[in-house]
Design a protein around this ligand. Structure first.
Ligand code: GLN
Ligand code: ZN
Length: 763
């Protein structure tokens, strides 16, 4: 009999119950016991949901108070010195201190949180383990065993989930001295042994060991360590399923297939080409789990297609076939049944975590009992959905497709090269040397949020709302004029979010009410859904920007979000490539850019905050991505005259990998984050001889601290050593929406002073 299982379930709760409980706990409104009770209820509810959906083997250990990697660090006693409790085992307080930092504490003073970084290519973020040279590992956190107990007492058959030793070491960072973290493996393994023994003693049959790094380009030493490590672990009790996801095993296929464990899970959604070759490579004693339901998107699976693969596998594997989502369902929203505002057709195309479990179950049931009526009905429903999607005029728009087909190479090229354009732009803009500007947003005050809320609830009329926003724009313009900034912005008061604001105005996007996905800790995002061909029915920003420009004689910069960022921060379609979707978005944004230009706007900024995030996990895929991503940006940007200046903005600091593509975007000006790295990242721009203008951020907007102008002068001098001063702009690191007005104005006064001082020196 084939078996259905799940690799992990969202922990946050369908109505974000965990988020709410965590935040109440941090405010002191919910004690430890209360928080633990919420956790217990959520786990019980989630197991039941999965079981009711038809999942046979349920995950345990996928629940985490903040992050599963952090839980793992606690379990293994990887607790940096600054958080270590003076006596006894770590507590929930220890865990939250590691996640969030502490500003004061009785034992050790202030301690900064552990670093947060992206979990592979998802929008989930984990807390980076910190390993010291003398790192010792010991079992320090009992949660996994308690949860197994909890599940058993509820009568569930469970499969605990562990992060594998190699992936865990890979995800960490060494602190305090140069050493190879792989050398810690031998010390780490005994704790895995202890855990496996304890689980076996609890009556656990299978353990899932996640090793997603098997889908990455691995150095040889790490490949060797896989063999070494699992040869040691094979002595420990319990059946072990190695889970891989987010990509194909490729050159690691043989390694993964032959590890001395009892089963292997592979992701056939991200890497369908692994099938059927995997069947020939897998030793005949092993279970093969096939991830055929996408764990990180919101669309229903084509069950017929999945079934065809599974049946082929079943012929070879028989009892040894397991069926699962491609990866943990952590990355998808919880339950579609709560969505009461989506129209029924669109809703029929979607599947959230609960529905994905039902799909896995329907497939498994069909394998085991082809005549099963319920499974037959699920397959028929899936067929109907595929048919309705294939023909739906909401998805396929001839006008969009015709436009795409008509794109020529000239559309993604400016009329003249940068050296010529910049002269025309300078002549038209008449800016001083080292022009000052900001990244777009000004503080999103409670008053702004209230006005937006009231407007959405119908308590403010459109005219009243417009007037409220005009008031905010007037204020922002007045402040900027008083500060003496050179290029002004309208302040983005009307925008809730840099993607959602545009997505709401494009055809082809839809929005869920409860489609939350955990980003980190208590933070969740609710990505918009791209369901069909995208187009812009009417201008999205022109009225706001035009109004702002009427208020000032200075240059007003228009502000848009770029196609790549729009795509990467949405749930994309699965029936069209990312590249094609980016091109559709690019055309919509291109129209907006041209409308802004026609409205007399001389500078348009197109933000690409997520550009670097789109890099595929394996280097072999990088160039292709960078090519189409840069091209999509140019398609959005290049419909303007030479003397219209295009800016872009990226808020991170690692450019070495992508500098060529950044140059290929051919923006006239790029503003980037540099202040925290002390201008070091400009090295990439210098070494590459980046040809266009650059605004390296001169102060960190992530903190309320107000830097003085001497500090910024120093940074600018450093920048001027690497980039000719004639090509430098002066601006903060990122948008100011999370700051308050007082610190914003104070910092910008100093920034303008710094620019003026340097201008004087240069002249
Ligand atoms: N223009 C946006 C802002 O200022 C850019 C935000 C971002 O890069 N994340 O808020
Ligand atoms: Zn930014």
């Amino acid at each position: 009999m084939a078996l259905s299982h799940s690799l992990g379930f969202p922990r946050i709760g369908a109505d974000r119950e965990l988020k709410k409980a965590l935040e109440a706990h941090w405010k002191g409104e919910l004690d430890d016991a209360g928080l633990r009770a919420v956790g217990r209820q959520l786990r019980a509810a989630h197991w039941q949901l999965q079981k009711d959906a038809g999942i046979e083997l349920l995950p345990v250990g996928d629940f985490a108070w903040y992050d599963q990697v952090l839980s793992h660090s606690l379990a293994f006693g990887v607790i940096p010195e600054r958080f270590r409790p003076q006596s006894g085992k770590p507590s929930l307080d220890t865990l939250f201190a590691m996640a969030r930092g502490v500003s004061h504490s009785s034992c050790c003073g202030a301690a900064h949180a552990q670093e947060l970084t992206k979990w592979f290519d998802t929008n989930y973020h984990y807390l980076v383990p910190e390993f010291s040279v003398d790192q010792q590992f010991q079992l320090s956190w009992e949660q996994l065993f308690e949860e197994v107990e909890e599940a058993h007492s509820l009568g569930h058959k469970v499969k605990p989930v562990l992060i594998g030793p190699l992936t865990y070491l890979w995800l960490g960072k060494t602190k305090g001295g140069e050493f190879e973290r792989l050398d810690l493996l031998e010390r780490l393994l005994p704790v895995y042994g202890e855990i496996l023994q304890r689980l076996a003693a609890q009556g656990v049959e299978w353990v899932q060991i996640d090793e997603p790094i098997l889908a990455l380009d691995l150095p040889q030493a790490w490949k060797n360590a896989f063999e070494r490590g699992y040869n040691i672990l094979q002595r420990e009790p319990g059946k072990k399923l190695i889970a891989t996801y987010f990509g194909g095993l490729e050159d690691n296929l043989g390694l993964a297939a032959n590890l001395p464990v009892d089963g292997l899970h592979i992701d056939l959604v991200r890497a369908p080409e692994q099938f059927p070759s995997i069947l020939d490579r897998l030793p005949t004693y092993k279970v093969l789990s096939l991830g055929v339901v996408n764990g990180r998107n919101v669309w229903r699976t084509d069950l017929d297609k999945a079934l065809a693969i599974l049946q082929q596998a079943q012929e070879r594997l028989g009892e040894r076939l397991w069926v699962a989502p491609s990866c943990s369902l952590l990355h998808s929203p919880v339950d579609l049944n709560l969505e009461d505002q989506l129209d029924s057709e669109l809703k029929s195309w979607l599947a959230f975590a609960v529905q994905k479990c039902e799909e896995v179950a329907a497939l498994t049931t069909t394998l085991n009992d082809p005549q099963n009526a319920k499974a037959q009905a699920a397959l028929a429903a899936s067929r109907a959905v595929q048919a309705s999607r294939a023909q739906s005029p909401r998805i396929h728009k001839p006008a969009v497709q015709a436009r795409l087909a008509a794109i020529s190479a000239a559309d993604s090229r400016r009329q003249s090269p940068f050296v010529q354009r910049i002269e025309r732009q300078r002549a038209r803009l008449q800016l001083p040397a080292l022009p000052t500007t900001t990244i777009g947003s000004f503080p999103q005050t409670p008053a702004i949020r209230q006005a937006r809320q009231a407007f959405k609830q119908g308590k403010l009329s459109p005219a009243e709302y417009r007037e409220a926003m005009h008031g905010e724009i007037r204020h922002a313009v007045e402040v900027q004029e008083n500060l003496g900034l050179d290029v002004l912005v309208h302040g983005e008061a009307e925008r809730n979010d840099m993607v959602e604001y545009f997505a709401e105005q494009l055809d082809g996007y839809a929005f869920s009410r409860f489609g939350w996905v955990q980003s980190y800790g208590s933070r969740c995002v609710k990505p918009a859904l791209i369901y069909g061909d995208l187009s812009r029915p009417q201008p999205m920003t022109v009225e706001w920007i035009r109004y702002a420009q009427t208020l000032t004689g200075k240059v007003m910069k228009g502000m848009l979000t770029g196609p790549v960022t729009m795509l990467l921060w949405s749930f994309p379609r699965e029936d069209l490539s990312r590249e094609q979707q980016a091109r559709q978005l690019a055309l919509a944004i291109r129209d907006e850019v041209q409308d802004l230009e026609a409205a007399g706007i001389k500078i348009v900024q197109i933000d690409e905050a997520a550009f670097r995030e789109g890099l595929p996990l394996r280097q072999a895929g990088w160039q292709d991505y960078l090519d189409w991503a840069a091209e999509a940006f140019r398609l959005a940007a290049c419909g303007v005259r030479d003397d219209t200046q295009i800016h872009t903005h990226m808020c991170y600091s690692e450019f070495n990998d992508v500098i060529e593509a950044i140059a290929a975007m051919d923006a006239d000006v790029i503003t980037i984050e540099t202040s925290r790295s002390d201008m070091q990242l400009l090295e990439a721009f210098e070494a590459f001889n980046y040809p266009n203008d650059i605004g390296p951020g001169v102060y960190d907007i992530h903190s309320p601290r107000v830097p003085d102008s001497a500090e910024m002068v120093k940074l600018l001098r450093k920048a001027a050593q690497r980039i000719p001063a004639a090509r430098l702009w002066v601006n903060p690191d990122c948008g100011l929406k999370t700051r308050a007005w007082a610190e914003t104005e104070a910092a910008l006064v100093n920034m303008v002073a710094a620019a003026r001082q340097l201008r004087g020196e240069l002249a």
